[in-house]
Design a protein around this ligand. Sequence first.
Ligand code: ADP
Length: 285
Amino acid sequence: MSDLPSQWTHEPRKVLRFRPGDKVADIDTDSSPGYSDGKDGSEELQNERNERFAGLQEMLYANGRAGDNRSLLLVLQGMDTAGKGGTVKHVVGAGNPQGIHYTSFGVPTEEERAHHYLWRVRKALPAAGNIGVFDRSHYEDVLVVRVHELVPRDVWEPRYDEINAFEKELVDSGTTLVKCAMFVSLDEQKRRLSERLERPDKYWKYNPGDVAERKLWPAYQEAYQAMLDRTSTDYAPWFVIPCDKKWYSRLAINELLIEALKGMKLEWPPADFDVEAEKKKLAEA
Ligand code: ADP
């Protein structure tokens, strides 16, 4: 039975799923697909759904401890200020850190550059029962790398197929992927960047290089389009998240995680000991 809150008129996993033919240029970043309400009340709902997520995450972890090899991998891709960090803090942060493996992928180190681009990604994959979170990911190798021509086309071009094969391997070995492409408008990005310059508690998030990247917006749009067209598969589809409204993007990603965990049909693992006998022993101890 679905426990989707009534504010959702459509299941996020259906309404947000990227479909062949969808165009990045047509994404309304300020919209709230599938959600009938506004910001009022969203905080209360967020708290409620954080708890639901935390409960399911604990169950996944418990199953991992009991020998179930399944795991979940949340991939967050988006332009600067799209809200990756906020999602980690306000959505994933509701879970128990014991079962969460967070990795952010920045400019590759010298050691990483000496290896295949998937080397650092493989090392960061979640163990059984864990939720892995990728704040940026292997997709940078077909986004920033393509836009800045960090390697020639004949090197990045085959990566789409290679990434699909890599993700198929992950799914076949028990990892459920939730891939979120987070889209913010150019105007909203400007607003968020200027806020970072106004507030000393946000300076740490500001990177002067982000301003230059704004000039490359059309090239990034094209690279995101190719990524969605070529790597949204049946086994690891992309979800397109409008992110101008932070409260919406967080609720949506929270719900996608809940739906993915529910899809695993988890139960609490049964005791591998005689409960009654243990109760008796404990009473006498
Ligand atoms: P953020 O900007 O997300 O807070 P960082 O300050 O660590 O995080 O910056 C990440 C930067 O690393 C981004 O500009 C991103 O494009 C870049 N990056 C990530 N992966 C790669 C890659 N494979 N090759 C080149 N640059 C990359």
